[in-house]
Structures are given as structure tokens and as C-alpha cells.
Write a new protein. Structure first.
Length: 135
């Protein structure tokens, strides 16, 4: 299964490169369709590869006791509610300040999402949590 992991890593890297190339095509060559960047076939392939890689027994075992696992699991449990609110925080952050680094902007939106979902657990009645993806 060691070969299986190496093969999955190689395929994942290839699909990530395909995603970048496809984005380049849609943005620079065929700019009329640049609004559909999230709906690319290469992104679907990349997502499948990442999921298969992350759920492999070797990777799960390697990161089982990691301190980051707790936070990643928390994001996974609340991913639906974070999905529902992330656009709000992107818009609010853009209206309040301009952050030139996309990585820093992404990290701030992630923290705001996590904080909001954590706080909303105590405001919204428990019976509504399942409809909002809060656990």
C-alpha cells in the first residue's frame, strides 16, 4: 500500500497542475466563461484524489494524534454552516478593509466562520442546529 499512497500523491499533484492550467485557459484564453472557475472538471478530479488520499489508512494513522487534527475535525463537522456563511464574511471583509494577500484573507475568513458558528450554537435553539449543519 506504500506504492498506492505514492501513486495517489502523484495523481493528486497532476490534477492540481491540470486545475491551474484549466484556470489559465478560462481566464486568459477564453475570458467569456471566467465566472465558472469553481465548476471545472479538473477541480472535481482533484477533489476526488484528495479525498481518497486523506481517507487512506496510512495518512489517517500518521495524523491520528496530531494537535491540528482537532481543529480540522471541527471544521469538517461544521463545514456546512461555514459554507453557508463564508460569502457573508468575504463581503464584509472586503467592505471593511482591503487585504492584498489572498492567503491571509482566506485565513481571516476561516477564523471568522469558525468563531461565528461557535457563537451561534448558543444563540439559536438546539432544535434548529440540524437544519443549519451545526453539531
Amino acid at each position: 500500500t506504500r506504492i498506492h499512497i505514492k501513486l495517489m500523491i502523484i495523481i493528486t499533484v497532476i490534477t492540481a497542475i491540470l486545475s491551474v492550467l484549466e484556470t489559465y485557459y478560462w481566464v486568459n484564453i477564453n475570458s467569456s466563461n471566467s465566472g465558472t472557475l469553481g465548476h471545472k472538471p479538473s477541480v472535481a478530479l482533484y477533489s476526488v484524489c484528495i479525498i481518497l488520499l486523506l481517507f487512506s489508512s496510512n495518512v489517517k494513522e500518521a495524523y491520528k494524534g496530531s494537535i491540528y487534527t482537532k481543529y480540522i475535525e471541527k471544521c469538517g463537522i461544521n463545514s456546512f454552516s461555514m459554507y453557508l456563511t463564508h460569502c457573508l464574511f468575504i463581503l464584509l471583509l472586503g467592505a471593511v478593509c482591503q487585504i492584498p494577500s489572498w492567503l491571509f484573507r482566506w485565513f481571516i475568513v476561516l477564523l471568522l466562520d469558525m468563531f461565528f458558528v461557535h457563537c451561534i450554537k448558543y444563540v439559536i435553539p438546539t432544535r434548529w442546529h440540524k437544519y443549519l449543519g451545526i453539531r
